[in-house]
Design a protein around this ligand. Structure first.
Ligand SMILES: NC(=O)c1ccc[n+]([C@@H]2O[C@H](COP(=O)([O-])OP(=O)(O)OC[C@H]3O[C@@H](n4cnc5c(N)ncnc54)[C@H](OP(=O)(O)O)[C@@H]3O)[C@@H](O)[C@H]2O)c1
Length: 366
């Protein structure tokens, strides 16, 4: 989907500081060995994440020998484009009958709960973007930079974490390994693209002064909505508790204390996060910057003198996680403030899922 303004493509390359080096390869393993027969199903191929998934598979040259686009009954027969060819959308049942090696799902939790086991039973590896399987103790919750090594050929349903969680753990993990995180306080500023097509339409309808279906209870343009997903009995939203639980599972550390406030803002380029992190051990700020600069998938944009810091405007359609505003919390010891931005449709969803598929293919696990 093209969101328009060409300023989205502007990248502050002219403003690089010593930490914002050349664009790093975010990962890792390029697929190999299975090139001859890699039939790939994209379930939810007509949605925001699914469309990005097709783009990322193509860009990263994942060795797709045949694409099987799947969506709801509403879309059966519609065409999607992949590598210059057109493919007709098929039903779930036809998706299974096509016997792909891997099915990348982004079609909502209910669809995943019902259909992922059926794909898995047919021997198809499912990588699922919904929240359906993330906290299931029998399923792996994977961010390849952190824990792809846990995957085996027996993992037939693999969960992709929540978008806000992925970008946070990619940035925090190198610091956790060095200084040991005690507590995280995170506030998010999340893009409407995180809600799906209907929300993007709501924002642009409002901007044009047109009526249309509402993805949110309230107007989103010129507004800020401090609710993402439903409220739970403890007063937190489900999105906030996803960040709490998923972070501990991915980082394999139940002792990390974390509290979150998640907020929707009228932005499309990606999610932003203000993160206050307390460590067991003290840190050196220059070393923090270097650890982040060296971390896979992370780019440091931190030069206050030149007003250089991550923004959704620049993170839009990029695979990396951008980190800046790095500064010591002067109110208590061993504590760092940081600002983390990433495109939720990329690293928060499609890129992470494709990276998992690349890892599986490179290890002969598909
Ligand atoms: N947006 C994000 O940043 C993000 C990040 C991480 C994870 N996710 C997750 O990814 C999923 C999709 O999100 P999205 O933003 O792409 O939503 P979206 O734009 O609304 O797209 C939803 C997709 O799911 C398909 N679908 C819906 N019901 C279906 C059914 N019963 N059977 C088969 N396909 C069905 C839709 O097909 P039709 O076009 O035929 O309706 C469409 O392709 C959600 O689970 C979401 O939580 C989203």
């Amino acid at each position: 989907m093209d969101y328009g303004p060409s300023t989205m493509d502007y990248h502050p390359c002219t403003k690089v500081n010593e930490y914002q080096l050349t664009k790093k390869k975010s990962l890792l393993h390029k697929a190999g060995g299975q090139e001859d027969n890699m039939k790939v199903a994209v379930v939810g191929a007509t949605g925001l994440v699914g469309t990005k998934m097709l783009q990322v598979l193509e860009e990263r040259n994942f060795p797709v020998t045949e694409l099987v686009p799947v969506a709801s009954e509403r879309s059966v027969g519609k065409e999607v484009e992949f590598k210059g060819a057109k493919y007709k959308v098929v039903t779930m049942a036809d998706g299974i009958a096509a016997k792909p090696a891997v099915a990348i799902f982004s079609a909502g939790g209910g669809t995943s709960l019902e259909w992922a086991p059926k794909f898995a039973e047919a021997g198809i590896t499912v990588i699922d973007n919904s929240s359906a399987w993330r906290m299931d103790p029998t399923k792996k919750l994977v961010v390849p930079e952190l824990n792809a090594d846990a995957l085996t050929a027996e993992d037939k349903i693999i969960a992709n974490p929540n978008c806000s969680t992925i970008q946070m753990v990619v940035a925090l993990n190198p610091l956790h390994l060095k200084y040991t995180i005690k507590r995280i306080v995170v506030s998010t500023y999340q893009s409407v693209t995180g809600t799906g097509k209907k929300a993007v339409d709501q924002l642009f309808n409002e901007r044009r002064g047109e009526e249309g279906p509402m993805a949110y209870k309230y107007p989103i343009d010129l507004n800020v909505i401090p609710q993402i997903d439903v409220f739970l009995d403890n007063g937190y939203t489900k999105e906030e508790m996803k960040m709490v639980k998923e972070t501990k599972k991915i980082m394999r550390d139940e002792s990390i204390r974390i509290t979150a406030t998640t907020v929707r803002i009228p932005v499309i380029g990606g999610h932003s996060e203000s993160v206050n992190v307390e460590f067991e051990n003290d840190f050196d700020l220059d070393e923090v910057k270097q650890l982040l600069a060296d971390a896979p998938g992370v780019i440091v944009q931190d030069n206050p003198a030149e007003a250089l810091y991550p923004m959704p405007l620049w993170a839009h359609d990029k695979d990396e996680v951008f980190v800046g505003r790095l500064r010591r919390d002067e109110s208590q010891p061993n504590t760092l403030n940081m600002w983390i931005v990433s495109d939720n449709l990329r690293k928060g969803a499609a890129t992470n899922a494709v990276q998992i598929a690349e890892y599986l293919a490179s290890k002969g696990l598909l």
